[in-house]
Write a protein that binds this ligand. Sequence first.
Ligand SMILES: Cc1ncc(COP(=O)(O)O)c(C=O)c1O
Length: 467
Amino acid sequence: MLSRKAICDSHGQDSSYFNGWQEYENNPYDEVRNPTGIIQMGLAENQLSLDLVESWLASNPDVVGFKKNERSMFRELVLFQDYRGLPAFKNELVEFMAEIRGNKVKFDPNKLVLTAGSTSANETLMFCLAEPGEAFLLPTPYYPGFDRDLKWRTGVEIVPIHCSSWNHFKVTESALEEAYEQAQKLDLKVKGVLITNPSNPLGTTMSREELNHVISFAVDKEIHIVSDEIYSGTVFDSPSFISITEAAKNRNLENTDFWKHIHIVYSLSKDLGVPGFRVGMIYSNNETVIAAATKMSSFGLISSQTQYLLSNILADRKFTRNYMMENQKRLKKRQEMLVSGLENAGVWCLQSNAGLFCWVDMRELLESDTFEAEMELWKKILCEVGLNISPGSSFHCTEPGWFRVCFANMSKETLKLSMQRIKDFVDSIDQSKDNRNNLQFSVSNSRRRSLTKWVFQLSFFDREKDR
Ligand SMILES: Cc1ncc(COP(=O)(O)O)c(C=O)c1O
């Protein structure tokens, strides 16, 4: 009765990543109303600097009221329907993107397509770059939403590039080649590599060496590179962020055919903390992709009042510069709070310099080195400890025991409480291990005592016999 699309499960909604959100919604923590509820640490939302945006809005009532030079903009905005977007907004966006990249690269507003968030940008790019049944290679661990965004409606397949902890999950030449071979074994034509830089869930920026591996690989195989740079403005520590365009420019690829194989995805959801406004974009050097994606953007436009409001905010350079600096400072402080809170509990993280989360190593807490044990631990942390963190398996991590923990969607006090909960939990595990060891010790001691007694008795008996 229904279409295959309506009943297929490649949307990924049933993963533990989304299940944890549901569990949280049934019992959300609230300092006053539900102090024992679940704390949401599975949501990569940036609430740390919303007060700055709010105070900008308070001091610019004309913009909020759609007035310009005493004249109402209401009719103009309510009737605006050009799917290419407000030119003023696109101009501000390219300036903002260049500023985040230290003005080392320039962007042309004509190469920009507006979309309803990065979610829509990534899907639209898949529609433009691949046929159903063709594949994109993605380094693991990767954002769980990609299974929905890249595959679900497009029919495109994802083949993982397996990265692991021995080199801090960095992309290597051999991992790229192995993924390519794997795709060939599966009879899938590879159309591109999609990287997330800075990475969700690692919270790290890609090194120039890694970017060069990806570029050389894509040049060699004549495939596309999509770089999701949604976290580019969250880089709060060195090494600094290198965009794919900067890395390719440094390889003198700007005037080659390959330049048309590079596409960037960006959004204001994380850097400006406005995911509800649904502001995303594709930046591509390929005119045909731009033309096709612009036509497709009709299915997910950004409303004109949102474009108008944000073009005014972004045009205030003094504000945006201050916002970005202050936001990065706040993110750094929060990340440090999380890292030291976890260290205090004896838990370690991958060293990070960006993003709204840390990639936490809980392998020591697993009962066994399996994904079943990871699920058991995740359920315990969710239901008994009261923290919704996201298990590595939902990010397609190949090693059990890693978890993504978000730190920018809650107050300082809530983060402190979550760290206390983790510490109590780890202490209780240590305690029960100690008890178990003590029990074993006392069992083995009493065994040893009875053994000694027995040996003594035996030797006594032997001696008796000897006598
Ligand atoms: C890597 C990555 N890409 C895309 C998205 C989707 O973002 P948006 O809200 O702009 O659709 C997210 C959201 O978490 C993300 O982490």
